[in-house]
Design a protein around this ligand. Sequence first.
Ligand SMILES: CC(C)(COP(=O)(O)OP(=O)(O)OC[C@H]1O[C@@H](n2cnc3c(N)ncnc32)[C@H](O)[C@@H]1OP(=O)(O)O)[C@@H](O)C(=O)NCCC(=O)NCCS
Length: 330
Amino acid sequence: MKPVKAQITGTGMYAPEKVLTNVDLEKIVDTNDEWITSRTGIKRRHIAADDETTSTMAAEAGRQAIENAGLKPEDIDLVLVASLSPDMMFPATACLVQDKLKLPNAGTVDVSAACSGFVYSFSMAAGLIGIGLYKNILVIGSEVMSRFIDWTDRNTCVLFGDGAGAVVLSAVPGDSPSEVIDIILGGDGSGGDQLTLPAGGSKSPATHETVDQKLHYLKMNGNGVFKVAVRSMTDITQKLIDRNNVPVEKVKLVVPHQANFRINDAVRERLHMTEAQMFNNIFEYANTSGATIPIGIADAVKQGLLKRGDYVVMVAFGGGFTWGAVLLKW
Ligand SMILES: CC(C)(COP(=O)(O)OP(=O)(O)OC[C@H]1O[C@@H](n2cnc3c(N)ncnc32)[C@H](O)[C@@H]1OP(=O)(O)O)[C@@H](O)C(=O)NCCC(=O)NCCS
């Protein structure tokens, strides 16, 4: 079988209307704008309204991506949703999105790889297109982080936000200048306890005690996570461009996960890249986990930063630990 080329044909994003600034947070926990800005680069985050959920935001981003690709709902063969904050344990959020968007021919599945979830989902989509099975796959990252963080814990609550991003990945002719070139996925399960939501699963089902102990909120060892994030994102980006003989100066844009501006700047320095090569929008959206990269891609497109044939890298790091990078020609 001859491999089929895949390329991004549509993008979309959604950020809730409500904005919570660092100054607003000063009224909630013992923090200040200066600390948050200098340690993380974050200035604002968007927070879902009461009637918004991971699936409603995913559907809006997905609707835009399908429209932007010039496709109809019946053209979509599969919906993949990356999320660590699904509407519920099951059915999968992808099923809810399929129903909301009325996608009659689409399979549905959620992917659980924390903040790397979008890169993992995208890789699976590229593989299914590559073997010639599917033509158009909707890949979404969507998160309502605000419902899974402890708003009394200043170590974590200042870092996260809500939002959704989506792309359509499509099969394209062999002579297309745009294509997904290569992918690296990796992880280290021994780091699982560094970034976790401890209760609510089969190991520790919900009880009054788990609720009292706040075990249904995200827990993180920030320093430990920081170091592994810088190391893994640098290593896989370098490996990906090296093994495809793409000199660093030829990379138009790296669209990295947005967990901390300092993480991305450290990665940029280690890769000897210019500031213009490293996309950042964390100041506006904070860390939206699995949604940061598709939001970043949609945002970069809106800003006119990408043109046909540009080398683009998407690189993620997240709980698990998980990491992954994609090299593509826009
Ligand atoms: C969390 C993170 C921003 C902390 O930054 P840092 O520079 O490492 O800060 P430290 O952990 O050393 O904390 C320094 C001090 O600031 C305090 N602090 C923590 N959060 C604060 C806040 N929101 N406001 C004010 N002070 C705060 C700490 O209590 C600590 O005080 P102490 O020295 O008196 O104990 C950083 O480690 C980080 O971004 N880690 C990675 C997070 C991440 O990537 N998560 C998701 C991965 S997908």
